[in-house]
Structures are given as structure tokens and as C-alpha cells.
Design a protein around this ligand. Structure first.
Ligand code: SF4
Length: 411
């Protein structure tokens, strides 16, 4: 019998039975059976966003087996689920999707917030621009399970608590959608920290016997815990990276011969001989003027001598007076490593895209645009990568400060 028919029956039958002698008792009995059946046949939606999801999967697998509690057949569509376990961190971009999933679930429906992240943002409560500070700011939560992560036993206990709640529901206590958490952000530990500081001030000095036991220096001689022997695994053989064909001094000499305006970052007084003396551990770190940035990267890529055929990453740094874009190039055949930097104006940071040279630059540059607001001219698809299109500002800029989402650490 589907939920629609059960709902129809629970609404209709009492109208006929309640007025009859003993009818109310019969209705109660029917409701008990319906609530019992509902509590013991929860169908969870497959939804896990971070490490807590590993514990949730473990709860569903053979050792813990949440099917023993009727939590069976995890569904891949919200239309067939009546339980969502928020297992993991919920980020801004996931927020609107989570609300959509919840709205698509038929009622009565239930939510369990599993772990610190789903309860309050957890370790990401402070200083985070992207983590939602609790699933209950988006959808109503029925059961909270603390822990980072909670163990499977804790999730099973949370499920049992939810079942208790469902068993109380019926005609006299109907299910209804709960409310959202609208409490303002702040430091939830401020009061506890103050109390702790006051307690520390009023703590009496250790009695002499305790000081003696501590050997007079405050260090108590506790027995060391016995640890199980560490399992040793055989070393996995890996193919070594190719040894660089050319030393850094030779590479540097070759580059400045073609691009004399290039300087060594932070070591501009170094000569070719000094660069060579730094050894191969030193990452050749070059600063190039904006007008020759793409030309230099193209030269390094096309040079048969250097063969820089792999763009490891493009990223950026926010300096007090400028932005810097960094491109890290690698030669997969010859083992050369070169970092290229380019300074940009803080007011209008814009630089040509490397995407005509390396297709992989498309994603890296979108990330830099998203988080720093640096524009890449002639980029084929310059959109945000991680954040919603309407996200205000660029969170890795040092001047980014949005009190509606970032709670600053108070210490
Ligand atoms: S609560 Fe801890 S274990 Fe769970 S998702 Fe957050 S960081 Fe990971």
C-alpha cells in the first residue's frame, strides 16, 4: 500500500470510527500500526558530501547493516526517499541543490544532520567563505548526531531516535515541516571560553602531595599507553622522474639570452654561475613583464632544448601592491621545472590566457578568476568554477570580508 493510500486511510477512517463506542481506540491502534510501519521502513536518499559519508556507508554495509532497523534500499532519487542524512560538509554551491532535493522528497520526510559539519559547519565554522554553517539553515533537521565523524553506532542511535519520533506521529500529532535556524552567526564558544579563563584564575595551587607525585616539576609520570606493533608494508617501486637534462644555470642562460628583461624572483642579483651553484633542488623562479608572458610560455613549450610540454598549474597570489599570476611548467621528457610569475595591476588585473597553448589552462584560469577576480583575455569560457555565479566578491582576495558568511576566529 503506497503512502498516498495510507494517508487517505488515516484521514478517512477516523471520521467513521471515532463516533462509535470504542472507535477511538480502534483508530489509535490503526495509527500505531501505520506509524510503526513508517518508522521501520525508512528509505534514505543517497547523499554524502565529505568524510562523514564514509561512516554512513559503513553503517549501511554488512558489519553494522542499517537494514536491521528497516533503513533499507537507499534511493538514488528524492522522489522515492523519505529520509536524507546530511553526511558531510555543505558548501554554498551545494546549498541550492540540497534544498531542491529536499523539496522533491514527498512528505512525511525527515532529516538527520550527521557530524559537526552538517550541524554547524564544524571545523569550517570560522574563516570560511564557502561552508554553510549547518544544514538546518537550509532545510529543517529532525535529529543531530555530534562527532567528527560520528561512528556508525552513533548514526544507528540517531536513526533509533528518529524512529521514536515517527512512532509518536498520527492524527493527533501530525507530521509537519520544521523551522529553519535563523540564529545570527557569532562565536558559540565565547561564553565557555570566558568561564574557562575565570576558572583558571581561581584554580588553587596544587597540594604538596600532588607536586611531589609530579616530581616537583609539574610533570605527572603517567604510564605510557601500549601501542600495537605497526604493520610494515613492502615498498612500492615507482618509476623515478627523469633526471633533468640541463642544469638550472644553463636553462637560465638560455632564457635570458632570448628574454633579457626576465629577472630571478627574490634573487635578482644572481648571475648564471650563482644560479648553477644553487643546485637542482632550487626551483627556477622567473619574473616576466606582462607584455612577454604568453610569448615566454610559448617559447618554453616550443623549445626543443627545454621541451616544457606540461602546464602543472596556473594560480595567483594577492600581494599588498599587486597581484601575481604564476604558471608552473614541467618537462615530462627532460625533467625541467620552471615557475613563471607576472605582476598585475591591483585595480584592473588582466592577463592573456594560456589556453591557446595548453588546454588545461582553461580550468586553472577559471579558478583564478573565481577566487581572485583576475580576468584572462581571450579565454574561451571565463566563468566561475567553484562558487555560484552571483557570489559577491572574490574570497581569496585579502580585502574580502563578508560578515554574512565569514565568522572571524576570535583568537
Ligand atoms: S564532521 Fe568531520 S568527519 Fe564529518 S564531514 Fe566534517 S570534517 Fe569530515
Amino acid at each position: 500500500m503506497g503512502m498516498r493510500h495510507i494517508g487517505y486511510a488515516t484521514r478517512t477512517i477516523p471520521k467513521f470510527l471515532d463516533p462509535l463506542p470504542g472507535g477511538a481506540k480502534l483508530v489509535d491502534a490503526i495509527e500505531f500500526v501505520v506509524a510503526w510501519a513508517r518508522a521501520n521502513s525508512l528509505w534514505p536518499l543517497i547523499y554524502g558530501t565529505a568524510c562523514c559519508a564514509m561512516e554512513m556507508m559503513s553503517t549501511g554495509s554488512s558489519r553494522h547493516d542499517w537494514a536491521r532497523f528497516g533503513v533499507e534500499v537507499a534511493r538514488a532519487t528524492p522522489r522515492q526517499a523519505d529520509l536524507i542524512v546530511l553526511a558531510g560538509t555543505i558548501v554554498e554551491k551545494m546549498g541550492s541543490r540540497l534544498v531542491t532535493l529536499y523539496e522533491q522528497m514527498p512528505g512525511p520526510k525527515y532529516v538527520i544532520a550527521m557530524g559537526s559539519c552538517a550541524i554547524s559547519g564544524g571545523p569550517f565554522y570560522y574563516d570560511s567563505y564557502s561552508v554553510i554553517k549547518g544544514g538546518d539553515r537550509l532545510i529543517p533537521v529532525d535529529v543531530y548526531i555530534p562527532g567528527c565523524p560520528p561512528r556508525p553506532e552513533a548514526l544507528l542511535y540517531g536513526i533509533m531516535q528518529l524512529q521514536e519520533k515517527i512512532r509518536t506521529e498520527g492524527r493527533r500529532n501530525p507530521w509537519k515541516i520544521g523551522t529553519l535556524n535563523q540564529a545570527p552567526f557569532g562565536d558559540p564558544l565565547a561564553e565557555a571560553k570566558k568561564m574557562w579563563a575565570d576558572l583558571e584564575k581561581s584554580r588553587p595551587a596544587a597540594p604538596p602531595a600532588a607536586a611531589d607525585a609530579a616530581g616537583g616539576n609539574g610533570a605527572i609520570d603517567r604510564p605510557k599507553p601500549k601501542r600495537p606493533a605497526t604493520e610494515q608494508f613492502a615498498e612500492v617501486a615507482r618509476s623515478p622522474l627523469p633526471a633533468p637534462l640541463l642544469d638550472n644555470g644553463t636553462i637560465y642562460a638560455y632564457i635570458i639570452e632570448n628574454f633579457p628583461e626576465i629577472t630571478l624572483t627574490r634573487q635578482s642579483e644572481q648571475t648564471v654561475e650563482q644560479v648553477r651553484a644553487l643546485g637542482q633542488e632550487y626551483l627556477l623562479d622567473l619574473t616576466v613583464p606582462l607584455r612577454r608572458y604568453v610569448e615566454l610560455v610559448g617559447f618554453l613549450k616550443d623549445s626543443e632544448l627545454l621541451d616544457m610540454n606540461f602546464l602543472l598549474h596556473v594560480t595567483a597570489v594577492d600581494r599588498p601592491d599587486r597581484f601575481e599570476v604564476l604558471a608552473h611548467l614541467f618537462s615530462a621528457n627532460q625533467g625541467h621545472n620552471i615557475l613563471i610569475r607576472c605582476a598585475l595591476d591591483r585595480q584592473q588585473p588582466e592577463i592573456p590566457s594560456l589556453s591557446p597553448l595548453f588546454a588545461g589552462a582553461i580550468w586553472h584560469e577559471r579558478e583564478v578568476f573565481d577566487l581572485f577576480g583576475i580576468r584572462f583575455s581571450n579565454h574561451p569560457d571565463l566563468r566561475r568554477l567553484f562558487l555560484e555565479d552571483n557570489f559577491p566578491g572574490h574570497p581569496l582576495r585579502k580585502d574580502f570580508d563578508d560578515p554574512s558568511r565569514v565568522v572571524r576566529r576570535p583568537y
